[in-house]
Design a protein. Structure first.
Length: 324
């Protein structure tokens, strides 16, 4: 799901306007339903081409990111039309999101990596927290696990239209065990609600790659990412400390004709000692950034942050995480 961020002055094309986002997603779904994937791809090319041509900031952000990945991999710099391919990948992923939510994705094409500890937690009815990113198709993670019948997931999002997405989820999948909750900050009431769900063996997911909608001093940490320091939010690790549950990184990226869900345990428990709280938060953010970097280096066109990622206007934590 793509949401409007505080950093970009213009809405991303995929949101199709805040008030019509779900209507646009439903139209994409119906287009595939009647015509199939390749006609969908052909139909979406003019939309992507228009966005590529008229949104220089998003185009430049894509090129900057792809250049950083190329340098990390030792590849040649990306060409002029690499951002176009990047945007087409995002359009394809939007379709995968809808197919996942409706149960129409071919789930035999979904592979897992590092999932054994999470599977054990599900078997034991233990809850936990998943820190994710705007990479690949998170909805496939939800839908694939939900097929077990005992997976309940609450996703914290920054969009004001979370209820509209909940209605779309119910429309596509009436028995969905996924719920979206809109938050701009974690209040004691929100933390108590989420703690109850984790205690029941449910999971909470929160993005760790976008700074808060209303950044405040100390709400982010500057950590290494693709060769430069970038701001990452500390909110997921504060929440994980409050919930006192295991914390895992999770991403789902395209691999061949299917997708691979990747898990990595970041912490069995998040501890934030008062004497070194800022350093501990930066270390947790750095661990997430390291896991995220390993994913995007393998699948660069699965990254969907089309804004100047390294140059976001924030007031970071005073202590930076050490390079790992």
């Amino acid at each position: 799901m793509t949401t409007r961020t505080a950093h970009a002055p213009a809405a991303h094309w995929a949101t199709i306007g805040e008030s019509t986002c779900t209507a646009g997603l439903w139209l994409l779904y119906q287009l595939h339903h009647w015509l199939g994937r390749w006609p969908f791809r052909l139909a979406v090319v003019p939309v992507v081409a228009w966005y590529w041509a008229t949104q220089p900031r998003a185009r430049a952000a894509s090129h900057e990111f792809l250049a950083a990945v190329a340098a990390r991999r030792g590849d040649p710099p990306p060409g002029r039309f690499a951002p176009m391919r990047h945007l087409l990948s995002f359009a394809d992923t939007l379709l995968d999101k809808l197919l996942a939510m409706s149960g129409r994705y071919r789930f035999h094409q979904l592979q897992y990596e590092g999932h054994e500890p999470v599977q054990q937690m599900l078997n034991q009815r233990r809850g936990g927290m998943l820190v994710t990113a705007h990479v690949g198709c998170l909805e496939l993670c939800q839908a694939g696990a939900q097929r077990r019948g005992d997976f309940k997931l609450t996703i914290l999002v920054h969009t004001r239209h979370a209820e509209e997405f909940n209605r779309l989820l119910r429309k596509l999948s009436p028995d969905s065990g996924v719920e979206l909750i809109q938050v701009t900050e974690i209040t004691p009431a929100t933390a108590a609600l989420l703690a109850e769900r984790v205690a029941r063996g449910e999971f909470v997911a929160m993005a760790g790659d976008r700074v808060p909608v209303r950044p405040t001093p100390g709400s982010t940490a500057m950590v290494p990412f693709l060769g430069r320091s970038a701001p990452f939010p500390i909110g997921p690790y504060v929440l994980a400390m409050l919930l006192q549950c295991p914390l895992y990184f999770m991403a789902c990226v395209r691999e061949g004709t299917g997708h691979r869900v990747r898990f990595k345990r970041l912490a069995e428990r998040v501890e934030l000692p008062r004497a070194r709280r800022a350093q501990a938060l930066a270390e947790h953010a750095g661990g997430f950034a390291q896991a995220l970097e390993s994913v995007v280096v393998d699948a660069p066109f699965e990254w969907f942050n089309f804004f100047p990622f390294w140059d976001q206007p924030v007031t970071p934590q005073p202590v930076a995480a050490p390079a790992r």
